[in-house]
Design a protein around this ligand. Structure first.
Ligand code: UDP
Ligand code: MG
Length: 318
């Protein structure tokens, strides 16, 4: 383990006891076949099932190729990946989900691109195996995101991606909480590229994400990379108040000439409710940004590592 390997694989693991055995079998076989020096960095994100025990077992089976970072609680997928990136020592780093939705046999394709000098290899899922509402949702969300942020990733959902050391170094220096790693990396990269990749159904176990957390993720993605929503909102506010001013002026003149009016009450209600809705949305939107600032100023650690399993101590390896 003394020399840094060429390739590091980073895998966040949260309650994945059902898939881990198959993952180990397929992943290590695929990596051995590549014939490069590699390490696999598993980050156990506070699993409540037997995942940690299974990872420990795998570490004992393949100590030279395996490192396991154990969190002491659940800090979320992106914190887990950030920890994996911080511990990874490879020249190339590939992130992967534990659930085998991205076949490990495809890692070779990413490696090839990295070898060609690309520093960020994004992926686009072929024959995406997800329920239809997730596909429809991500199409819509992509459009909105491309419209208001500088982030250009065709398929945001797929975590199987490759990064060169230079990009990972920049990621490791980023102190931002609630960020989206592929989007950030695509901004840091000098020579990004995207390749098609096979996509399968989750091998076993349950998706850790509900519709709610997907909506949250996309709010983070938009508010984390752009203030355009706020600017758009003030534009809307400006137009609306312009029209209201005209309406007030018109009613005032009408009152002087024709007298007070009582009809059109419900139209007025309609307009008022619409405006209240817009105002509430605006407050919520402000809240998104305030929440991000709040999370940032607390400066809590992104994750807390309980233990690291590796063949040599980190200090000795460096
Ligand atoms: N994951 C994690 N922490 C969490 C939730 C998920 O480390 O709090 C891991 C999970 O073990 C998996 C990856 O993140 O390796 C993606 O999760 P999942 O497959 O459930 O997401 P989906 O593919 O449904 O978007
Ligand atoms: Mg998955």
């Amino acid at each position: 383990m003394a020399a840094a390997p060429k390739l590091s694989i980073v895998i966040p693991v949260y309650n994945e006891e059902a898939v881990l055995p198959t993952l180990f079998a397929r992943l290590y076989a695929a990596l051995d076949a590549l014939a490069v020096a590699y390490e696999v960095v598993f980050v156990n994100d506070g699993s409540k099932d037997r995942s940690a025990a299974l990872l420990r077992e795998q570490f004992q089976r393949r100590p030279a190729h395996t490192r396991v970072v154990l969190f002491h609680a659940n800090f979320g997928q992106h914190s887990a990946v950030m920890a994996g990136l911080a511990y990874a020592r490879g020249e190339y780093i590939v992130t992967l989900d534990a659930d085998l939705q991205n076949p490990p046999e495809e890692i070779g394709k990413i490696l090839e691109k990295l070898d060609q000098g690309y520093d960020y290899v994004g992926t686009i899922r072929q024959q995406r195996q997800d329920v239809f509402w997730r596909r429809a949702l991500s199409r819509g969300v992509n459009k909105i995101r491309e419209w208001i942020t500088p982030v250009r990733i065709t398929d945001q959902g797929c975590m199987m991606r490759g990064y060169a050391r230079s990009v990972v170094a920049a990621l490791n220096e980023t102190r931002e909480v609630n960020t989206f790693i592929p989007a950030l990396a695509s901004l840091y990269a000098m020579r990004p590229v995207e390749i098609p990749i096979a996509h399968e159904e989750r091998h076993a176990g349950q998706s850790k994400y509900s519709l709610y957390s997907l909506i949250r993720l996309n709010f983070d993605l938009v508010t984390g990379f752009s203030v355009v929503p706020l600017q758009l909102f003030s534009m809307v506010g400006m137009v609306v108040s312009g029209f209201s001013a005209l309406l007030v002026a018109y009613l005032f003149v009408r009152r002087l000439i024709i007298g007070p009016e009582a009809e059109g009450l419900f139209t007025l209600f309609g307009i008022v409710f619409l405006l209240i809705g817009i105002a509430l949305f605006g407050i919520g939107l402000l809240g998104e940004y305030v929440g991000r600032i709040y999370a940032q100023v607390r400066e809590r650690p992104r994750y807390i590592v309980q233990a690291v399993l590796e063949a040599e101590s980190r200090d000795a390896a460096q």
